[in-house]
Design a protein around this ligand. Structure first.
Ligand SMILES: *Cc1c(COP(=O)(O)O)cnc(C)c1O
Ligand SMILES: [Zn+2]
Length: 390
């Protein structure tokens, strides 16, 4: 990637009350209302000074877009080859269900096998810029492995707190990268409480989803990549497996930025679809019942461990994006997930994670009930590798 010494990060803004926070110092959540913070950029100047096609042609995978990232100095970027994942046409699977414009973005080739690498690459890079070196995370599994990898790469200490029944590879992998691993009984929310206790006692920096502002800035690059891969015209529908919602929110912010930069050839934005498992579907419930906030799901259960998130810290923003984009939220069963996983493997040579297979199950339902028309281009986010769940 080209080295750069400045970027266009202007400040952080609260996702709920709009309070502005300084970007030049360590920030966590809004000091006034406790909601998550979002980065805002000086896009007027970026539009004048940056060239879309020149950036797109650069090396650096995810980080070729570094001038539109929060990292001020390219020396601070901690990378392992994340991003620039392939967009595939799912022609055979699509034909089998009667949809000829079906695509997948395959995130399984990211380091550590899931798209969690994108966000943790950004968060660890920004932590390095601030001189932090003791990072902690509550996780359903994949984010912990990704934090452990990037912290190791940066020479920092990582502490990963996860449910005892997390897929074993995430536990082994985190240890292999030198992280301290703490197992708790229960769910990611219980891991979150444990991290809360540890923050009160020790000198850790918490990189839990949306408790710091920069993981979402790594995931937003999926939106830039999608635009580039579709020749700067976005697809009609995006189906996204939603836990904390980082990627959904990140992509939507990316689309707003691309509009403001004037880089899109068509101003029509995709309808955003959140998929959850029917054993843990707080976003689907709130969306269907017309609420503007999510509430915690009781007894969360699903084989898709990344979707076993009883409540998203950013629920209000996920719901507002689903409505603003004229999208929807849909729950699928573990059985539908298993069937879809096997169908994709047999038709397309892609062994995808259960969370990702949920997007295929949702696509089948939404095509069958007419919410998606066969003429509409639709992208399924295959967020991780099936191999991580054996
Ligand atoms: C974490 C995770 C998700 C959910 O992502 P969010 O951005 O938290 O909504 C989906 N799939 C996989 C494989 C994951 O690890
Ligand atoms: Zn606020």
């Amino acid at each position: 990637m080209d080295s750069h010494k400045s970027n266009y990060l202007a400040h952080l803004i609260c996702s709920r009350c709009g309070e502005i926070h300084k970007a030049g110092q360590i920030q966590t959540i809004c000091v006034h209302c406790g909601s998550h913070l979002l980065a805002e950029y000086d896009l007027a100047n970026a539009a004048k000074e940056l060239d879309r096609d020149q950036l797109a042609a650069a090396q650096g995978r995810q980080w070729k877009w570094a001038p539109l990232s929060p990292i001020a100095e390219s020396n601070n970027i901690v990378h392992l080859g994340e991003g620039e994942t392939p967009l595939f046409s799912l022609a055979r699977f699509g034909r089998s269900i009667g949809h000829n414009h079906l695509f997948s973005k395959d995130e399984s080739i990211n380091p550590t096998g899931t798209f969690k690498a994108r966000g943790l690459s950004a968060a660890v890079s920004k932590a390095k810029e601030f001189g932090l070196n003791n990072l902690i995370i509550p996780t359903a599994g994949n984010a912990g492995a990704a934090l452990a990898a990037y912290a190791s790469r940066a020479g920092m200490q990582a502490t990963v707190v996860m449910p005892a029944d997390t897929p074993p590879i995430n536990i082994e992998e985190s240890k292999a990268y030198g992280a301290d691993v703490i197992l708790v009984e229960g769910l990611i929310s219980d891991a979150g409480s444990k991290v809360g206790d540890m923050l009160a006692e020790g000198d850790y920096f918490n990189v839990a989803t949306f408790k710091e502002p920069y993981r979402v800035e790594g995931k937003k690059i999926m939106g830039y990549e999608l635009a580039e891969q579709f020749d700067w015209r976005l697809p009609d529908v995006i189906i996204y497996p939603t836990g904390g919602g980082t990627g959904l929110i990140g992509m939507w912010m990316a689309f707003q930025q691309l509009l403001e930069l004037g880089w899109l050839e068509s101003k029509r934005l995709p309808r955003m679809v959140a998929v959850q498992a029917d054993g843990c579907a707080p976003v689907v419930k709130a969306f269907t019942e017309g609420h503007t906030e999510t509430t915690a799901w009781e007894n969360a259960q699903t084989i898709a461990s990344g979707l076993r998130v009883p409540n998203s810290f950013a629920g209000h923003q996920i719901l507002s994006i689903l409505r603003e984009s004229k999208g929807t939220a849909i729950a699928v069963s573990d059985d539908e997930i298993r069937v879809a996983q096997s169908e994709l493997g047999r038709t397309e040579g892609i062994f995808t994670a259960p969370e990702a297979a949920a997007t295929l199950a949702a696509e089948k339902n939404l095509l069958a009930n007419g919410w998606i028309d066969e003429s509409e281009s639709t992208v399924l986010f295959l967020t991780g590798a099936g191999m991580k769940y054996l």
